[in-house]
Design a protein around this ligand. Structure first.
Ligand code: TXA
Ligand code: MG
Length: 336
């Protein structure tokens, strides 16, 4: 199969492919998604094959306007309506009871389904023109960092899918915040994104973050969100986060462990290090989210074998970056 690279003026071609049961990758404000008609079980099965994704890891169903939620969800609680008004279109995914019309392959066999209305105009137009909700995981091969450019998608998926729409670099850079509701008063954060716990707090009595966000889950453990148990987001290089307030301690550690292909991933405000290759990824959560996956892929292109990373904060937007970094590092961190 030859993978077509489409421009943003060719969304109609992409929509016809989706409607015909084929796979098309497209930009969203978070990362590129690998889309198929969410109601077409064969098309959705092809997503799992193209990605090499475990069949029990459910997909997010993308919609282009609020009313489409009723084609996907069996029940929509008041709290979900309030959150949709506040955060859609945007990087928030809500897990709700699924309608029986949604094939069980889409939801990884669960009777719930993750739903999101992306804000990216290309994504919205693609859904609208396709005439169906679009199931889309991130468009990387399973285990690799999520793609934030069309080139990343091509690097992983060329020859495996029908087309990619090139929408340039994604703005947010990490995947959406995924939540479910334990009840009308309680928001349970399954995966942190740039919509933070603090942002969600005004909408519920309790907002809590699943423990799998901070620590390793045994592969056979029962988890609220299957995606959390798989190793993820990892470049080929070994990622070693170092937690310290003191840049000189960070550099001392790196200098005493460095070899030829050792790199550092630093904050923008850090001084320039001597005798070691480095990249920077911003100073705050928003910037670090934007750059993290991009830097992972660049580090691989440079042949990095070990990368020591300045550890992001764990609050607000930064938690999304901390979580991706920990997953890339297998939750091993050096604290100095
Ligand atoms: O920003 C995003 O969310 C991107 C773009 C393309 O929209 N999509 C994305 O999809 O990151 P994916 O498949 O890479 O991640 C979906 C996550 C997985 O961790 C999955 O386990 C979880 O959402 N999830 C999906 N449906 C779920 C459900 N019914 N219950 C619990 N977790 C669910
Ligand atoms: Mg993914």
């Amino acid at each position: 199969m030859k993978t077509k690279l489409l421009t943003q003026n060719e969304i109609e071609i992409a929509a016809r492919l989706i409607a015909g049961g084929e796979l098309v990758a497209f930009p969203t404000e978070t990362v590129y998604g690998l889309g198929a008609d969410a109601m077409n079980a064969d098309a959705v099965r092809a997503i799992f094959t193209a990605k090499g994704r475990p069949a029990d890891n459910p997909l997010i169903v993308h919609i282009s306007d609020f009313d489409m939620i009723y084609q996907v969800a069996r029940e929509v609680p008041e709290i979900a309506v309030r959150l949709a008004k506040a955060f859609w279109a945007g990087p928030l995914t809500m897990v709700l009871p699924k309608r029986s019309e949604i094939p069980s392959v889409t939801s990884g066999g669960l009777d719930t389904v993750g739903i999101r209305m992306p804000s990216h105009p290309i994504a919205r137009e693609l859904i609208r023109l396709s005439g169906c909700p679009i199931a889309a995981p991130s468009a990387n091969r399973s285990g690799k960092p999520s793609p934030t450019t069309a080139k990343h998608v091509m690097d992983d998926m060329n020859g495996r899918i029908s087309a990619v729409i090139d929408g340039g670099l994604c703005e947010v850079g990490v995947e959406s915040t995924v939540i479910c509701f334990d009840d009308e008063k309680t928001i349970h954060i399954l995966r942190p994104g740039i919509i933070s716990q603090e942002d969600l707090q005004p909408f519920a009595e309790y907002v809590y973050v699943d423990k799998a966000v901070y620590s390793q889950i045994a592969p056979d453990a029962k988890v609220a969100s299957p995606g959390m148990k798989y190793k993820h987001y990892a470049p080929k290089a070994k990622i070693i986060p170092i937690e310290t307030d003191d840049f000189s301690k960070f550099m001392d550690y790196v200098q005493s462990h460095a070899n030829v292909n050792t790199w550092c991933l630093l904050f923008d405000s850090d001084p320039e290090p001597e005798n070691v290759s480095f990249m920077r990824y911003g100073d705050n959560g928003r910037e670090q989210a934007h750059f993290l996956f991009l830097r992972f892929r660049e580090l691989d292109e440079h042949g990095a074998d070990t990368v020591y990373v300045r550890c992001p904060r764990k609050d607000g937007t930064s938690l999304s970056v901390y979580n991706r970094l920990m997953r890339a590092a297998g939750f091993e961190v050096i604290t100095i």
